[in-house]
Ligand binder design. Structure first.
Ligand code: MCA
Ligand code: AMP
Length: 505
């Protein structure tokens, strides 16, 4: 039966001394060395009595060992559950409990904070630090660098990625081997990746973009990556001449453009710049081409679906669009009320179907049924239209979501917390334009009658509960929230009033 994800992404490189990871210090790791580490980790986890189908929750800094842990999970048939390094203990507790993870891997600095919740869930806790040290690798170094991959089928689950929702509760999107493999192999073809490619990798590896789009595409094509811990402008400018391709969120591109040193001489050996995870402003697209001669290739995806559409490699990459549906992806635009398919040109909700679409939300059949139709179409919550040439345009979102620097923020989660604070009657969280992050959240608070909320104390409560990237950049007091005749808060009015908060001086 084999293990398709292992066989087609990792096993193909077994024993090969070909370059896989170029590190910022100039060191290069081969595929064989990387696979040795993965095999040691797979042996370690099996030795800890982990069995195929068990969940491994991982909140660690980006490192070679962290990436090898993903490969080890594939090899051992374990479900990989990567978590944003910004999440607080409170946020992590929910993920550990909800997923029923049997192994939790964290940075040593967070070990004490997680011990109680891990114990309560009868899980095991191991540590892995940014420099590769910690209990997990200590165990792994005593293991054999060879592991017989667990038998898995394409329909077996490979990863859970948590994504929030409009109700404020995160949902574990269940992705199979086939979901990941089909997308990776399609993207290799669409974007012409080969073993000559060197991808500049500065994205985090706890999301679809950095893990599945970037890493799986490079693994499937046999290329290598310049593997950076994070987006650091100096590193990017220094290392770009050694790369052939980069994948990034729009913030990467606006930050590059804001530096005069970023010019054509740095990009002459690059063949491809890809953007996604958030809307790329048409202006950024145009400025980038003027500066470098390269047209950014914009694509559109979601945690639940991997990639759905892409601008063409050879044809016209059209600014302000996300291109065409990928070869094996069906995409339609439907009426939000009736679900009927709309004619091209009309604006409605984007729905997608294909081998890339997830299996549903872990142990949440109602939420799955609300978003994943029986016929396999997934209701994305994005508003879009298809133009006369077939290009897909994303024109907005039906779902209440803010995207800051490529990270999703669900206002409901913050509003639930703000509403609980002393002196607050109710709240509304909205996204407003931000020059660096694209959008940023701010909170509008309505004081309870006769009270003046203590803004500093409220920000303290926010800091304790929520990851840094979700913190409202400002809290504003307002006597009442604008509502329509149905009593629904009119966030568009609030957004309009606050739209210049960070974009004009
Ligand atoms: C970091 N901070 C942020 C963000 N990132 N705040 C808001 N939004 C963010 N995105 C916090 C930091 O913790 C720091 O807090 C402060 O803001 C300033 O940090 P700064 O140094 O400016 O940020 P950075 O570390 O340079 O990070 C910015 C970044 C990074 C490079 C844009 O967020 C990033 O790599 N984003 C990519 C996200 C991504 O991969 N998304 C893909 C999701 P303090 O001041 O307290 O230290 S997958 C997806 O969406 C789908 C599937 C798709 O289509 O791809
Ligand atoms: P996530 O839940 O993190 O996977 O985020 C997925 C969401 O990011 C999508 O539903 C879109 O709203 C947004 N998104 C991803 N790529 C693009 C893009 N190229 N343009 C506009 N929005 C995008």
């Amino acid at each position: 039966m084999g293990n398709p994800l292992y066989d087609r992404l990792l096993g193909i490189h077994a024993g090969k001394d070909t370059p896989f990871l170029h590190l910022p210090d100039g060191q290069t790791l081969t595929h064989a060395t990387f696979l040795d580490t993965a095999a040691r980790l797979a042996n370690t986890m099996t030795g800890l009595e982990m069995e195929p189908g068990d969940r491994v929750a991982v909140q660690v800094e980006k490192s070679v060992e962290a990436l090898a842990l993903y490969a080890a999970c594939v090899q051992a048939g374990l479900i990989f559950l990567p978590l944003n390094t910004g999440y607080t203990t409170q946020e992590l507790s929910y993920f550990i409990e909800n997923s029923g993870a049997s192994l939790v891997v964290c940075d040593e600095a967070n070990e004490a904070g997680l011990a109680e919740i891990v114990q309560k869930n009868n899980a095991r806790l191991e540590t892995l630090n940014a420099d590769g040290s910690g209990s997990l690798m200590r165990r792994a170094l005593g293991m054999l660098p060879a592991f017989q991959p667990a038998h898995r089928s394409e329909d077996d689950l490979a990863a859970f990625l948590y994504t929030s929702g409009t109700t404020g509760r995160s949902k574990g999107a269940m992705l199979t081997q086939a979901n990941l493999l089909s997308n990776a192999e399609t993207l290799v073809q669409e974007w012409r990746f080969t073993d000559d490619d060197v991808l500049l990798h500065a994205l985090p590896i706890f999301h679809t973009h950095g893990l599945f789009v970037a890493t799986n595409v490079v693994l499937a094509s046999g290329g290598s990556m310049i593997f950076l811990p994070k987006f650091d402008l100096e590193d990017i400018l220094r290392l770009m001449p050694q790369a052939t391709a980069m994948m990034g969120v729009p913030t990467f591109y606006t930050r590059l453009l804001s530096d005069d040193r970023f010019a054509q001489d740095l990009t002459q050996d690059m063949r491809l710049f890809i953007s996604g995870s958030a809307p790329l402003l048409a202006d950024t697209h145009v400025q980038f081409e003027d500066r470098t001669g390269h047209r950014i290739l914009e694509r559109y995806g979601m945690t639940e679906t991997n990639m759905n559409t892409s601008n063409p490699y050879d044809g016209e990459r059209r600014a302000g669009t996300v291109g065409f549906p990928l070869p094996d992806v069906e995409l339609k635009v439907t009426d939000p009320k009736t679900g009927q398919t709309l004619a091209d040109g009309e604006i409605g909700i984007i729905e997608v179907r294909g081998p890339n679409v997830f299996q549903g939300y872990w142990q949440m059949p109602d939420k799955t049924a609300a978003e994943l139709r029986e016929d396999g179409f997934f209701i994305t919550g994005d508003l879009g239209r298809i133009d006369e040439d077939g290009y897909v345009h994303i024109v907005g979102r039906e779902k209440d979501l803010i995207i800051s620097g490529g990270y999703n923020i669900y206002p409901k989660e913050i509003e639930l917390l703000l509403d609980e604070q002393p002196g607050v009657l109710e709240s509304a969280v909205i996204g407003v334009p931000h020059p660096d992050f694209g959008e940023t959240p701010i909170g509008i608070l309505v004081p309870a009658p006769g009270h003046t909320p203590d803004i500093e104390a409220i920000m303290g409560a926010v800091r304790d509960a929520l990851a840094r990237f979700k913190h409202p950049r400002q809290l504003i007091l307002l006597d009442e929230l604008p509502r329509n005749t149905m009593g629904k808060v009119q966030k568009n009015i609030l957004r309009d009033r606050c739209k210049d908060l960070f974009t004009k001086t």
